[in-house]
Design a protein around this ligand. Structure first.
Ligand code: PMM
Length: 295
């Protein structure tokens, strides 16, 4: 029948090498649940500061359908000051250990090689580095010695200065070219190319308006040939989009729009979305998966 076209291959989703089996065989976009063990992250800061509360929330997200729990100890909120290495390790490692013990797949959200090392030794399965190797010169050297996947994010500078680093000639091609430069460095350090996923860094050194073309022109990032992760969940650009009478939508009220972005990204075959509300995004990627299967 003319309307019956061959099924689209589920392998259209490009994913990094080195993932644990349950993630390597997924036929849909993966859902990464955000677990910030920080007093000041923008959307959940302070809520999961104590290790026990953080662990409970990580387990809750896993039972709600998260494929990966992304544990971070350092806030990347615009303007945030850095914390010490010891403080970061003290915040995240007990949480990583407990989640791994419960057989949860954990990624470590850190810019520091030493934190990444401690987390991998505690059983984490991937490294999520918002600086894409730029904050710590040791990161790529460490990565070259191990075999876990790595998320390399577009990054121009630390949180204290990133809001002043938003000059682009063309945000879409500039972000792509800068990620390409970061990729050159990571490959040059000896890291296997198949292990690296890329992320345009929604809200990082980007004005509210600059995030939209980046999301709308994912083909520019796709040209780089790496798996893609998107972290748009509850961010300021959504709050501004949904503002009423000049007042941005509060963080909790950004969920439906976040789910809409997850749907569009899954449709586009991104490897993973990093979100706060796991259930809604997981539902969205299941819908997309089923729709693709029915084609
Ligand atoms: N955003 C935040 C933190 N870590 N990691 C990746 N890979 N991509 C992101 O967009 C990203 C990240 C900041 O948001 P949060 O305060 O909600 O964690």
């Amino acid at each position: 029948m003319a309307w019956f076209r061959p099924r689209e291959s589920q392998t259209d989703i490009l994913r990094p090498n080195g993932l644990p089996t349950q993630l390597a065989t997924l036929t849909r976009t993966a859902v990464m649940g955000v677990l910030n063990v920080t007093p000041d992250s923008f959307s959940d800061g302070g809520k999961f500061q104590s290790a026990d509360v953080a662990i409970a929330h990580g387990l809750f997200m896993a039972s709600n359908g998260a494929d990966i729990i992304d544990v971070g100890g350092e806030s990347t909120r615009p303007g945030a000051e850095r914390i010490s290495l010891d403080e970061e390790i003290a915040r995240v490692i007990p949480v990583v250990e407990a989640l791994v013990k419960s057989e949860v797949v954990v990624s470590i959200d850190t810019m520091r090689a030493e934190v990444a090392r401690a987390a991998i030794e505690a059983g984490a399965s991937l490294i999520n580095d918002v600086s894409g190797g730029k904050a710590d010169p040791e990161m790529f050297q460490y990565l070259a010695q191990i075999e876990v996947p790595y998320v390399l994010m577009h990054w121009r500078g630390h949180s204290t200065e990133m809001n002043s680093l938003t000059n682009y000639t063309n945000v879409v091609s500039d972000v792509r070219d800068e990620i390409d430069d970061q990729l050159f460095d990571v490959f040059h350090a000896g890291v296997e190319s198949g292990r690296v996923a890329i992320d345009p860094g929604i809200g990082f050194a980007k004005t509210v308006d600059q995030n939209w073309p980046v999301l709308a022109h994912l083909e520019a990032l796709e040209e780089l040939g790496q798996p893609i992760l998107i972290g748009a969940s509850r961010k300021k650009f959504i709050g501004e989009l949904l503002a009423e009478n000049g007042i941005p939508r509060d963080v909790e009220g950004r969920e439906s729009a976040t789910t809409a972005i997850t749907t569009l990204m899954a449709q586009r075959n991104v490897w993973a979305v990093r979100v706060h509300d796991v259930r809604t995004s997981r539902d969205a990627v299941e819908v997309v998966r089923r729709m693709k299967e029915a084609r």
